[in-house]
Unconditional design. Structure first.
Length: 814
């Protein structure tokens, strides 16, 4: 199973939010308007196993009537230490490695022969070229790109648009049951116990609530698979006394292609093993890491192999096999080349062995390079030499000519939207004729002004994200030593795990680390920060991720998503601040939702893009319930005249209200009072702001007035006095393990509070609010501010447009 999204989409959003919150009080640094003249990027270049070369010159050469592409490269920031990479055979053709090597300044990683001094040779039979290897891409994204590269690119961009499905949830539950069984047994009794505990436990309640599914229905579907689990175990998990080892449907490698060879899974080494591979630009989580015994007539071989689980139809499809092949590459980050992997269909219990030959790996890495090209080259500048060159969005991979595939594609709307908004503005845009009516029908509800709005904000968000990506540099985790990172306060290295690992809950393990010698050095890491835990040895990169619970001069305590107890006690660790990416997920997801063909999106487009004036009712008597008038009158007594007028306008509004106030004029008090009045009138309220602290400042005032509210978000990010109102704490205290109890919690609180980035929570799939209040709205970019507005009939924006604007670091986006 692959990492969800870019490896840590929720964490990346939280880290960007944290960075923005800290930045509000920091002086702004004015970036240069000019691009650097050097083509050498701000990337650590080097030789070695994780080599990084910068492309200087790309030249086509014909030798003995054979076309070659000669790429001059350098491992030096100065660019004076040059080497040559020769791409031969089909590597030079349109589908070869050279297809996406176009620009001086591109970063590549090379695997292959360097027989001649400072000369690499990549052919169809040997070597690999990885474009932008520091962009780690999941195996699922690459496999999905086999038939349509455009869909994979869009899926990476619009991750939050994937709302999940019953099939996906059942698949996840079955994975979980199988993985738990690897530590117990595959007997019927054990499988039944695991199924009941998994389906009726708290782990998947939110997903079931989001999809409006019943636990009993899920259990019924899960039951259909359990006999196949036992069948597979009977065939494949062979104890020493087993007489008939399982014969895989395909041989593993050339070495064992013999009629007498058979494969047994002899041991389960790990589940959900997290691997980042900077060599191949890949990332993923291997469902099950197994030790395999391969029986031959004359000898027995042992291999450590990835086992990929599939819950769908037994197809042995190219996409499924490709994922396994990519996991054989991933595995090389931790151990020797497994040469093959295993593919198990849980519905039937049938297992295939999938060889990881060079040809298949090469073709998949070419697709990966295509993805990295389109995910990196988001914007382009005109070829004019003018300093103020036009900046525009780049085209995506071409639209495929397959109406049937597009009909069921989850990215169909975004595909058509990007084509109409961006690509069709270019004269060179080509669309297969049969797809033109499909694209037009998908976007027929939108106006030209809507396309312009989408393309403008997509461009500005992309420029900002590119700058943040270049500054944050997740690649520093594997390209810099812990001592180098410690100088910037972004890492603590040379740590040993102390005390026993404590299991707090599912996927939450408490770890304590201490320095091998001396105190913990001064660091920027603090409680609540997201961290990546690695070993100091390079092959132990990104063992797990989690959050810091506490930092002192003597120790660091973390809550991690995996237990490190199985590793040797003398394993030396490092903790790196996980800064995430540019955080475009919420921005683009909200832009996409704004363009949906729905009533709520149409209303917001009308108000925000087309500037329709808001409407108001004439009389308060039609709004205020009779039994709430005295309560409202008492609440209003403590307000001044402008504040009372603001309350009245909000109550009369049918669309939206803007409340503007200078610093110190009581905006927070006004919001608190407004929530009390709306609560007294029986209205439901969604309370949001950009930062956790802004949300909690209002709640700290509100909790004195016995207003029932629910605070969403991670406990570590919530103010200590508000944590008892948090969802996590309430679920823990009340031991909520049933859908009815969870739904009662979500429905019982008329006021729900979260950050603008927290509106992807499952509660918003089934609840709609009468009012949404956004505090500090003037400091929030429009795409982020849109998020909570989709879930309310009316909204209130509170802020000061003459105070701090949204923090925008990109001079081009400004």
């Amino acid at each position: 199973m692959d990492l969800p999204g870019d490896e840590f989409p929720p964490g990346a959003e939280d880290e960007w939010l944290e960075m923005m919150e800290r930045s509000f009080n920091e002086p702004e640094t004015k970036p240069t308007d000019r691009c650097p003249k050097k083509i050498i990027p701000r990337t650590k270049l080097c030789r070695g196993i994780n080599n990084r070369y910068c492309v200087l010159i790309v030249k086509e050469v014909c030798i003995n009537r054979e076309e070659e592409k000669h790429v001059t490269i350098t491992p030096s920031l100065e660019g004076d230490d040059k080497e040559l990479c020769i791409l031969k055979d089909d590597c030079t053709k349109m589908k070869g490695y050279a297809r996406f090597i176009k620009c001086p300044g591109d970063i590549i990683h090379l695997e292959g022969s360097c027989a001649l001094e400072n000369t690499w040779t990549i052919t169809k039979d040997s070597g690999y070229l990885i474009l932008y290897p520091d962009l780690l891409i999941s195996g699922t994204s690459i496999a999905n790109g086999i038939r349509c590269l455009r869909r994979s690119v869009l899926s990476e961009k619009f991750k939050v648009c994937d709302k999940g499905s019953r099939q996906m949830l059942v698949g996840t539950v079955l994975h979980d049951i199988f993985q738990r069984a690897t530590t117990r047994a595959f007997t019927n009794d054990v499988l039944q116990e695991l199924a009941i505990n998994t389906v009726h436990g708290p782990k998947y309640l939110k997903e079931m609530y989001q999809l409006n599914l019943n636990q009993n229905d899920i259990m019924e579907e899960v039951q259909e698979y359990l006999p196949s689990f036992s069948k597979w175990a009977s065939d494949c998990l062979t104890p020493s006394t087993k007489q008939h080892p399982f014969r895989s449907k395909q041989s593993l490698t050339e070495e064992i292609k013999q009629p007498t060879s058979a494969t047994q899974v002899s041991e389960f080494l790990d589940i959900e093993e997290n691997i980042w591979s900077p060599r191949f630009g890949l990332k993923g989580k291997i469902d099950v890491t197994t030790k395999v015994k391969i029986h031959q007539k004359s000898k027995t071989l042992f291999k450590t192999m990835p086992l990929e689980l599939k819950t769908g139809k037994e197809s042995n499809s190219i996409e499924h096999r490709s994922q396994v092949i990519l996991y054989t590459l991933l595995s090389q980050q931790r151990r020797e080349d497994p040469e093959a992997g295993l593919l198990l269909y849980l519905k039937t219990g049938t297992m295939y062995s999938v060889p990881g030959n060079h040809l298949d790996r090469r073709e998949l890495l070419k697709i990966r390079n295509g993805l990295s090209f389109y995910l990196t080259k988001i914007v382009q500048k005109s070829e004019s030499k003018n300093v103020n060159r036009e900046i525009k969005l780049s085209s995506l991979p071409p639209v495929i000519a397959d109406k049937q595939a597009c009909r069921f594609c989850s990215q169909m709307q975004n595909c058509a939207l990007y084509n109409r908004s961006v690509e069709q503005q270019s004269e060179s845009c080509y669309i297969p004729p049969e797809m033109i009516p499909v694209i037009e029908k998908e976007t027929e509800h939108l106006k030209e002004s809507h396309f312009q709005y989408f393309s403008l904000w997509y461009l500005m968000c992309s420029l900002e994200a590119q700058l943040k990506d270049s500054k944050m540099g997740r690649s520093n985790i594997w390209m810099m030593s812990s001592s180098e990172r410690e100088e910037d306060g972004q890492c603590v290295g040379n740590l040993l795990r102390t005390a026993a690992v404590e299991a707090i809950s599912e996927s939450q393990y408490l770890h304590c680390f201490q320095r091998i010698s001396g105190d913990i050095p001064g660091t920027n890491l603090m409680s609540g920060d997201r961290v990546v835990v690695s070993g100091e040895e390079s092959h132990l990169l990104a063992l797990c991720t989690g959050y810091i619970k506490d930092v002192s001069t003597k120790s660091i305590t973390c809550i991690l998503d995996r237990s490190l107890a199985k590793l040797p006690e003398n394993t030396v660790f490092r903790l790196d601040h996980e800064e995430g990416g540019g955080g475009l997920d919420s921005h683009l997801g909200n832009l996409s939702k704004l363009m949906e063909n729905s009533a709520s999106s149409a209303k917001l487009r009308d108000l925000i893009i087309d500037f329709r004036n808001p409407c108001f009712v004439q009389h308060l008597s039609s709004i205020l319930p009779h039994n709430a008038k005295d309560t409202v009158a008492n609440i209003l007594k403590g307000l001044n005249k402008p504040q009372k007028q603001a309350m009245k306008r909000v109550l009369l509004s049918k669309d939206y209200t803007l409340i503007v106030g200078m610093p110190g004029t009581g905006k927070t008090t006004t919001i608190c009072t407004l929530v009390r009045i709306l609560y007294a009138c029986g209205f439901s309220v969604l309370l949001t702001s950009y930062t956790h602290s802004a949300v909690d400042n209002i709640l700290l005032k509100l909790k004195k007035f016995q207003v029932g509210f629910l605070r969403l978000g991670r406990t570590q990010k919530i103010h200590p006095e508000i944590q008892r109102f948090g969802e996590e704490e309430i679920c823990r205290a009340k031991s909520i393990i049933s859908l009815s109890s969870l739904q009662e919690l979500y429905d019982s609180r008329p006021v729900v509070a979260t950050t603008c980035m927290g509106v992807n929570h499952p509660i918003f799939t089934r609840r709609r609010f009468d009012f949404c209040i956004v505090d500090e709205a003037s400091q929030i970019s429009q795409p982020i501010c849109l998020g909570p507005l989709f879930f309310a009939d009316r909204f209130v924006l509170v802020g000061d447009h003459q105070q701090l604007p949204p923090l925008v670091q990109s001079s081009e986006a400004r």
